[in-house]
Every structure is written in C-alpha cells, then in structure tokens.
Ligand binder design. Structure first.
Ligand code: SDX
Length: 422
C-alpha cells in the first residue's frame, strides 16, 4: 500500500494525492483542491503546526524523549543544566562544553537592581506569584533592547542564556516579595537547584539536604519540555510575529498559568485538601463522574492515553523527599484517588491516568513551597523548552507568522439601523 492519501472534492470531482510522511500529510493538498476550503480543527486536536526535532511523545505507549534520550534515563543520570544544553543544542555536552555552559548560566543569574527595587515593589501585597512572574519576564526584556534583534544568533543565544539563568532569581524574588522577606542575591558557588532554594529560603544560615537538591533538579528535568503543549504553542505563535523572546516567553508563561495546564499542580493540592480524608474519596469520584465537583485535577492528558512517564518518576521522587521532610499527609488521599480512579470504567474508558501534575504538588508542599508557587516551579524549567522551540521556529524556513483562518458563523451582510429605529 502506498504511503499516500487521496482527497476528492465531490463538488468538482477534482482529486489530489499527497504523501503521508511519519503520519503527517501536508494541508497544502486542500489548498490544491480549493484555496477557499479550510479544515476545521478547534484546539488543533488533529493538526501538526510545525516540524520539531526537540521532544518526542508517544501518548499510547507513555513514551517521552528529549532529543531521543528517554526521560527515565535523563532523570536518573543527568542534571537540569545538562538537559537544558541538550534541548537547546541537540546533543549532550562534553565535559568542556558543560563546564562553559554552567559557568555562563551561573554568571547571568543576577537581575537589574531596578527590577528588585522598583518594579517588583509595584505589585499589590497579595499578588499571585505566577502573575508576578509573567509580568517580570516581559519586564526583563525591557532591560535588553538588543533582544529585538532576533535574526542575530549571538544575540539570540545571549537572551536565551539570560532568561534561563534569571528565571530562578525572578521566581525567588516574587516569593520573597509575597511574604515580605528581604531579597536573597544569587550565590554563584551553588548548583542551579541549590542556588534557587537558597534564594527562596535563606534567612541567616541555610543548610540544604543533598537529597532535596537532587529532587529539585529531577523535577526541573521532568518539566523542561513537552512538545507542542499549550504554553509552547503560545511561545511559537507569539514568536512567529518576531516579538522578542522575553515577550514570547511571558505569553507562554501566561498560558501555563491556566488550571487546565500548568496551574493543575496547584489545583491538585487544593482538590486533595478539599477531599480531606481517604474515606471521602469514593464520594468525590462519584461527583466527578456525575459532572459535579469539577474534574479530577492531575488526571488526563491530550496526548498521553497511558500513564504519563513523568508521573511515575515524580511518584518515586516523592518518597525520596518524604524520607527527609516527613510524609505529606495528602499522599494517602492521592494514592486512594489513583487506586479508585484507575479501577473505574469512567476514567479507564476515557484513558484518564495521572499526569505530571498529580504528584508534583505533594513534593513542592513537602519542600515548604506555598501552593501559589507551584506553577512558578513549573515555569522555571519550562523556560528552556519554550526557548528551544523558539529558536527552532526562528530557523525554520517553512514557518511564517501564525495566522489561522476561521469557520465564520456570524450574521450575513446587513445595513446599519439608526438608534431611533432600534
Ligand atoms: C499539563 O499538553 C501538555 O503536554 C501539557 C503538559 C506539559 O508538560 O506541558 O503535560 C502539562 O498541562 C498536564 C495536564 C494538567 N491538567 C490537568 O490535570 C487538568 C485536568 N485534566 C483535564 O482537564 C484534561 O484531561 C486535559 C485538559 C489535560 C486534556 O483535556 P482534553 O484532551 O481536551 O480532553 P477533554 O477535555 O476533551 O476530555 C475528554 C473526556 C471528557 O469527557 P466527555 O465529555 O467525553 O464525557 O474526558 C473527560 C472530559 O470530561 N476528562 C476528565 C478529565 N479530563 C478529561 N474527567 C474528569 N477528570 C479529568 N481530569
């Protein structure tokens, strides 16, 4: 059987045959048939919006690979900065490359004093840290006017380095502001995760258990990229207008803020707290199935119709963290929810399994992070994925400014009616 598809327009009898490559065929086939014909695909559920070599997902098999490397191996053997290099450059760094990359990131963690002394003080005392982070990412770009020169590779690389390095600093700044604590400057003698945790928690001395430092690094690895998710699509759409990378990344972070996307880790912990006790789990599950009580947050995925491989690793990491912090009491409710849901046809029929957000919040809470910081913790590492896709987009000759068409369902032409006649 040939790897082609033939489309026939029955109105004209015209047919077009195009190749199917890697499960994809070009929409230009439709343009060939009739340029005024459009494919209706709300939420792009059946659309490949770009070609990408960065991350591979197999939703049915529960496979996730960064540049071909299985997420399980990277979580076990790699570090976030090494994974960031891999996502951006396509290959694992050698020792010299990793040392140079790490040195570059470490020496770009500081932010302009005006961000800390003037910009952040403009927020209301109870501003949500994720709202602050989205704004701070866009504001950061105003300190680097060369960021607009997106066609210059050296300038692009500089902005990518700056944003990756400064995300933990911005995140910690937002947190410290929200609790009225003085800002802690980056300590460039520490690892990437240790420096972040130090900026978050240091009051006087701060001793970090290496098991918690490693857990933070693994969580950063797991959240670094995930193909064409909502936030990355926002990065690509805004980036396609040739906006600077800080403005594009702020748009991506704004998308991540939504409870159906990165905001789900915060929603999971609120859901578990509301359930309150494992005895209440069966009744809650019935409410979800009956369309009441909202969705089972942390379950389901547009791509994974199997266990999200990240959820498996995060669940293991949770136990390692709890050895240091003590078990999060919500864990028993989460485990009961998972047990009941996975044995219920409602969830099995819809292929709803735990996703990356189901257990991550339990770890963050055990590490002392307030729930409002959870999506910020997702955004820090996801900045690498956004930027890797952004640079891929800029270099893709097939890409143009994103401008989809629509299925118009509004009024036909009609004449203006004077106010006196309405
Ligand atoms: C992330 O895209 C990515 O890669 C995202 C992400 C990444 O790394 O960037 O993986 C991160 O966003 C993970 C997802 C976090 N969100 C949540 O946990 C929120 C809860 N989950 C959902 O709302 C939902 O599962 C989505 C948004 C994740 C996916 O939704 P889809 O693919 O649009 O599926 P759908 O809404 O069309 O649901 C299909 C059916 C519906 O039932 P019916 O109308 O057919 O009867 O499944 C039901 C839904 O009601 N359903 C759920 C459910 N998720 C879907 N029912 C109960 N609980 C849920 N969680």
């Amino acid at each position: 059987m040939p790897d082609t598809i033939t489309i026939t327009d029955d109105r004209t009898g015209k047919t077009v045959t195009v190749p199917i490559t890697d499960g994809v065929f070009p929409a230009s086939a439709v343009r060939e048939l009739d340029p005024s014909l459009y494919i209706y695909d709300p939420a792009y559920m059946q659309t490949a919006a770009c070609k990408s070599a960065i991350t591979f997902l197999d939703g049915d098999a529960g496979i996730l690979r960064y540049r071909g490397y299985p997420i399980e191996q990277l979580a076990e053997h790699s570090t976030y900065l090494e994974v960031a290099y891999l996502l951006l450059n396509g290959e694992l760094p050698d020792a010299q490359q990793l040392e140079t990359w790490t040195d570059d990131v470490v020496h770009h963690t500081f932010i302009h004093e005006n961000m800390r002394k003037r910009f952040v003080d403009g927020f209301h005392y109870d501003a949500h840290p994720m709202g602050m982070l989205v704004s701070s990412m866009a504001a950061l770009g105003t300190f680097y006017n060369d960021a607009k020169d997106i066609h210059d590779k050296a300038t692009r690389d500089k902005q990518i380095l700056r944003l990756i390095a400064k995300m933990p600093t911005l995140a910690a700044m937002c947190y410290r502001f929200s609790v009225g604590l003085p800002f802690v400057y980056p300590n460039n003698d520490l690892s990437f995760p240790a420096n972040f945790l130090n900026m978050m928690w240091k009051i006087g001395d701060y001793d970090l258990d290496p098991r918690l430092e490693r857990a933070m690094d693994v969580l950063f690895i797991l959240h670094a990229d995930h193909e064409q998710n909502c936030g990355t699509t926002a990065m690509r759409v805004v980036g396609s207008s040739h906006a600077d990378p800080y403005s594009s990344a702020a748009a991506a972070a704004a998308a991540l803020y939504g409870p159906l996307h990165g905001g789900a880790n915060e929603a999971v912990v609120r859901m578990l707290s509301d359930i309150g006790h494992i005895d209440n789990v069966p009744a809650f599950i019935e409410e979800v199935k009956g369309g009441k009580g909202g969705r089972l947050m942390g379950f389901g995925h547009r791509v994974y119709k199997n266990y999200d491989p990240r959820a498996t690793i995060i669940k293991q990491t949770a136990y390692e963290v709890f050895e240091v912090t003590g078990k999060n009491p919500l864990l028993d409710i989460a485990l009961k929810l998972e047990e009941v849901a996975l044995s219920d046809p409602y969830f099995a029929d819809r292929k709803l399994y735990p996703n990356v957000d189901f257990y991550s919040g339990l770890i963050y809470q055990a590490l002392g992070f307030p729930v409002a910081m959870f999506t910020v913790l997702f955004a820090i590492p996801r900045s690498v994925g956004w930027l890797a896709h952004w640079q891929e987009l800029i270099g893709d000759k097939e890409q143009k400014i994103s401008r989809p068409r629509q299925w118009y369902s509004g009024s036909e032409a009609r004449d203006y009616v004077p106010l006196s006649s309405r």
